[in-house]
Design a protein around this ligand. Sequence first.
Ligand SMILES: Nc1ncnc2c1ncn2[C@@H]1O[C@H](COP(=O)(O)OP(=O)(O)OP(=O)(O)O)[C@@H](O)[C@H]1O
Ligand SMILES: [Mg+2]
Length: 225
Amino acid sequence: MGRSGCGKTTLLRIMAGLVPPTAGHVEIGGRALWHQETVDSSVIRRLGVVFQDSNLFPWYNIEDNIALPLRLRGVKKKERRDRVRELAELVGLENFLPNYPRELSGGMRQRVAIARALSDNPELLLMDEPFGALDALTREKMNMEIQRIALATRATVVFVTHDIDEAVALGDRVVHLTPRPGRIKDVVDVPLARPRGLEIKKDAAFHGLVGNLHTSLNEEDDHES
Ligand SMILES: Nc1ncnc2c1ncn2[C@@H]1O[C@H](COP(=O)(O)OP(=O)(O)OP(=O)(O)O)[C@@H](O)[C@H]1O
Ligand SMILES: [Mg+2]
């Protein structure tokens, strides 16, 4: 979590193997992701990525969009079909497999992107403001969905957001990033029980944590002035 321009996307892109770090190193499951400027593809295979825009292929239907990483990996057609069905059920889109992306709402398209990112059973799911473009109600619903999916797949999720409420509602740990240079200012543990429902936003402990993070954000402004 951090304000616009603090480096959240940059950090996530480094973790996803899309941009080499200028300093430091990334380890996933104890293995180095970067060797100088090249990525270790065996490490890349252990992660899935979802961006703000679902990036679906408009000329493929939902089934083929979800199946694409499996096809690229050479998984046989029958196995691919079974896995896609399972993933579509997980994200609640089993009735939309023959449809095309343009026939789906923004929230549904993001669920397709999540299913696709999960196709190879990643240990780590990287998400960059995946629901930023959705209306507030759909976004809350999707947040509950992602919690359910994370619990079902047992994947570790790194979720980028600039929304403090969202960070506390979803996270086990909230990392507060600050800009220029991108630095970790604070790491806040969120000891709220799971599964968490929408009613968590009425919880006093929830408000306490949100308040602490607000204070931390405001301190940033004090330093700048
Ligand atoms: N390829 C690049 N080359 C140079 N500077 C970049 C590059 N990409 C991003 N930046 C700069 O790095 C900083 C962090 O950008 P980044 O996109 O990571 O922020 P962010 O925290 O994701 O912001 P937002 O919440 O708006 O998405 C910004 O100052 C941006 O201008
Ligand atoms: Mg960003």
